[in-house]
Design a protein around this ligand. Structure first.
Ligand code: ADP
Ligand code: MG
Ligand code: MG
Length: 885
């Protein structure tokens, strides 16, 4: 099978592999696709990802015959274009572009105008009749190639250009004349010779292979690795290389280049959206050197901008472009992100892909496209990344809160964020690491900043448009971003910002609003998100298509209300110890723990009972008619022990016991390995009165709520850390006895279940036995991961990231379930539990209940529900729907 595919021009072969992104990469597959539906695409060829895998991962070098295949494909371009590569009279020029399966900002930058040398530049000048254009192209080529392929610092070239302009008293590149570019080219070549000790390559084939190798090598660059790690892209995918005939947007006033979206990527609005520049090439639009112009007249007028829109300045090419937009949307049934160039009035398509979008836009587009008949409901559900919903569920700035607006830039990525100013990516990462919220402020970001952008709450740049690096990456990450705030200037040495006449230091707090581009001093108040509209529609569709129920992890009335608003259908985990940490109760809890006998414990518990009952009462009121899994006390006792002198003094006063006595008692309770010590049901077994009190509080509260509202919640009392059936048998008897007592007192019976958490490997293995007593099993996958892997989750931070980097774990197993390992235990317990009790209820609590990949697994093994923290409930609803489609 061939590893080289050509596109554009006469399609004399039709290999289905060419449209497979895994083979030709996203860019290559879509170029072939566009060419095959008759769009104007400059001819070119793609070297498949398999070559990069051979070359990098297997160290096997290129496949036999690759050189020949490339030569043949190049001939194909030459025939189609009618120019020859390296021809001094009329040279074919090409671009060399990387292209992984998914777009990757960490990859090699594109090299344009390849094939120029001291001879061919003269041919290009003569043939085009535009010497200035030819020399402009040559200087661009030398700079790009030297930077990207030869590793010469691009700053040296930029400096030389600045000096050249200063000498001439010029301001813009566009003012440079042909001779100026010629002089600069000579300087550029000298820079290369000085830096490398050899001349800039004049042999066009050497140029071509140099660039091809550089693309492959860039797959293993540090930048690419960071990006892959953050985006879960496996190293074995490799990248394709695209070589494509150049078209020129820099051939004068009838030429242009631009980027566009078929709908607004920020709001989802059905309006063409983009930026373009006359007489420009390649990345000029996104590089922030010149300020790009609006694509449509409407956008220009809304912004009150002067330079003409493309719609006004080049109506014909624009009309053609608009037709292409519609064709592409109908073809791909999705919003497209497009790169185009106009060469002397003629439109050329250089790239299309499904456009990155904000969560808000993703929702709106999915809902709109169903309405437009472009996609069906299921497709709409699958279109929205559940994790992206996170952006919508968080607060936005309160429109009524006072704002001290310092500057206004472009609303590049929505959401609001407050944080301390940091001026570089490393500082952002450090400060965020110690728990600070930070806003990364840069002139413009580049792929080297990605780790800092990730660590930051938001990003502010002084330069760059809506399609700048910062904007695109921030939207992808879901970070709010304001770009192009030109009033902001960064004083690097002093590490300060000057905005108008105000000065701010690194570390000062600012707020950015990605919805309108404002930058404000200090922190601004926020309001809760809007859950109706498109969000509501999509959620309704998701609910219709999912099988699993979604519950929440909550222990306060407030969290319960929030979770219900987000669509929770019950509580999957209420951790009762959280109620014990409350400042007003800790003293009673300590008295209970430090009591030397049962009598002392009971006395303290009697005082805690009404407090616990009130807790449950508040929760049950919000949850009438719904299942509520309540886990009895779980943590190691020492977590409640007095910590300091004052604690002991308070306690001594409350109990009338001496400080020395209390200290001794606390010492007795010390454990070497508390996570595997006296916790969970082991407490219930040794001090039955604790669980009895909790059971009583639960039943009394449930009966009281039922008495008032006529309907009860359904308590599911969950015993933690069970390893053997006998533990559960004993505790269940005690709970049932308390239930009978309370029901007799209250003269009312309510339905309740008793079950257990599966969080020890032994419990998973013994699930068949345990299910004789357990009416439900809930997988406590945090502890189950910890106990199965033998990795302490409180101590794992130090080495887990290295483990993930080295590919030992594909992802942090505490974030995304270790399906291969821990998953087996879950599956086994499900089978064995069901074999004993066919209607046993099965669910998952713990962090994994809000992780889409883990939810997909839960669907596969047939759990009845997943439970997630309140903000994650909508994510879980959507992920559960996607899992069952
Ligand atoms: P990226 O993946 O970073 O967007 P691209 O390979 O798409 O890199 O190229 C960067 C820029 O160069 C784009 O603006 C693109 O339109 C332009 N470009 C690439 N190939 C050509 C070509 N053959 N003719 C003209 N412009 C090109
Ligand atoms: Mg690029
Ligand atoms: Mg591109």
């Amino acid at each position: 099978t061939s590893t080289v595919f050509h596109f554009g021009g006469a399609a004399d072969h039709d290999d289905p592999r060419q449209k497979d992104k895994t083979v030709t990469g996203g860019k290559g597959a879509n170029l072939a696709e566009m060419a095959s539906i008759g769009l104007p695409v400059p001819p070119g060829f793609t070297i498949s990802t398999e070559e990069s895998v051979r070359y990098l991962n297997d160290g096997a070098g290129f496949s036999d015959g690759l050189q020949d295949h490339v030569a043949q494909a190049l001939t194909h371009i030459e025939r189609t274009v009618g120019k020859r590569f390296g021809d001094p009279a009329d040279p074919l020029l090409v671009s060399v572009r990387s292209g992984a399966r998914v777009s990757m900002p960490g990859m090699m930058d594109t090299v344009l105008n390849l094939g120029l040398n001291d001879q061919t530049v003269a041919g290009l000048a003569a043939k085009s009749g535009q010497p200035r254009f030819a020399w402009d192209s040559y200087r661009r080529f030398i700079q790009m190639y030297s930077d990207v392929v030869l590793g010469v610092d691009h700053g040296l070239f930029e400096e030389a250009l600045e000096i050249a302009k200063e000498d001439k008293g010029l301001y813009a590149d566009t003012e440079m004349k042909c001779e100026d570019w010629q002089t600069l080219v000579a300087q550029y070549k000298q820079i290369v010779t000085d830096e490398l000790g050899r001349d800039f390559p004049q042999d066009v084939n050497e140029q071509l292979w140099g660039a091809i190798r550089a693309v492959f090598d860039s797959w293993d660059s540090d930048r690419a690795k960071v990006y892959r790690r953050l985006n879960d892209i496996p190293p074995e995918w490799g990248t394709a290389v695209n070589v494509q005939a150049m078209v020129f947007g820099n051939m004068g006033e009838t030429s242009a280049t631009g980027v566009a979206f078929t709908r607004d990527p920020s709001t989802g609005e059905r309006a063409y959206y983009g930026e373009w520049l006359v007489n420009a090439q390649g990345e000029d639009v996104v590089a922030g050197i010149r300020t790009p112009q609006y694509l449509t007249r409407a956008a220009r007028e809304t912004a009150g901008a002067k330079p003409l829109s493309m719609e006004e300045a080049m109506p014909e090419a624009y009309g053609e472009l608009a037709r292409v937009f519609d064709l592409l949307e109908r073809h791909y049934r999705d919003m497209q992100d497009i790169e185009f160039t106009v060469e002397e009035g003629k439109l050329w398509m250089l790239q299309t892909r499904s456009g990155k979008r904000t969560a808000k836009a993703a929702l709106k587009m999915a809902v709109d496209m169903v309405e437009e008949g472009l996609i069906d409901e299921k497709t709409a559900i699958l279109r929205v990344d559940p994790m992206a919903l996170d952006q919508l569920l968080h607060p936005t700035l309160d429109p009524d809160a006072p704002r001290d607006v310092l500057a206004t830039g472009l609303p590049a990525s929505p959401g609001a964020a407050s944080g301390k100013i940091v001026l570089d990516a490393d500082t952002a990462e450090q400060w965020a690491g110690r728990g600070d919220k930070v806003i990364l402020v840069r002139v413009e970001t580049s792929p080297e900043d990605i780790h800092g952008m990730h660590a930051a709450q938001g990003i502010l740049t002084a330069r760059g448009g809506m399609t700048s690096h910062a904007a695109v990456v921030a939207r992808g990450m879901g970070r709010p971003c304001v770009s192009g705030a030109s009033q902001v200037s960064i004083v690097r040495e002093a590490r300060t910002l000057r905005i108008g006449n105000r000065e701010l230091k690194e570390g000062d707090t600012i707020t950015i609003d990605g919805a309108n581009g404002q930058v404000m001093a200090g922190e601004v108040a926020t309001i809760e998100p809007e859950l109706a509209g498109d969000f509501g529609v999509l959620m309704e569709w998701a609910d219709r298509h999912r099988r699993m129920r979604i519950r929440t992890n909550a222990e306060t009335e407030q969290d319960c209300r929030m979770a219900r608003q987000f669509g929770a259908e019950g509580i999957g985990l209420c951790r009762t110890e959280h109620m014990f940490f409350d400042a007003s109760r800790i003293s009673l809890v300590r008295q209970m723990i430090l009591a030397s006998d049962e009598k002392g414990r009971r006395a303290a518990l009697a005082q805690l009972l009404p407090e616990q009952r009130a807790d449950f009462h508040a929760i049950f009121e919000v949850m009438v008619g719904l299942p509520c899994t309540i886990r009895l006390l779980d943590p190691p006792l020492h977590e409640f022990l007095p910590h300091n002198e004052a604690d002991f003094a308070d306690l001594a006063e409350a109990t009338g016991l001496g400080v020395d006595h209390l200290r001794r008692r606390a010492g007795e309770l010390h454990e070497f390995n508390p996570m595997l010590g006296h916790r969970g049901c082991r407490l219930g077994i040794t001090y039955p009165e604790i669980y009895e009190m909790q059971a009583r509080a639960i039943f009394e509260a449930a009966c009281d709520v039922a008495a008032v509202s006529g309907e009860a919640p359904v308590p599911e009392i969950m015993i933690p850390l069970v390893a053997t059936r006998r533990e559960l048998t004993l505790l269940k008897h005690a709970i049932d006895r308390v239930a009978d007592e309370v029901f007799a007192e209250k003269e009312r019976r309510i339905i309740y279940l008793v079950g257990t958490m599966i969080e020890l490997p032994r419990a998973a293995l013994m699930a068949g036995e345990i299910a004789h007593d357990a009416e439900f099993l809930s997988f406590g996958t945090n502890d189950l991961t910890q106990t199965t892997l033998g990795v302490s989750r409180d101590d794992a931070a130090r080495f887990l990231s290295v483990y993930v980097d080295k590919g030992i774990f594909p992802r942090d197993p505490f974030v995304s379930l270790d399906i291969d390992g821990v998953g087996q235990l879950v599956e086994l317990a499900v089978q064995r539990g069901r074999a004993t009790r066919s209607d046993i209820k099965l669910g998952i609590c713990g962090e994994h209940g809000g992780d889409p990949a883990s939810i997909d697994f839960c669907e596969k093994v047939g759990l009845d529900y997943v439970s997630a923290s309140p903000y994650r409930v909508p994510i879980a609803r959507l992920a559960a729907a996607q899992a069952s489609l």
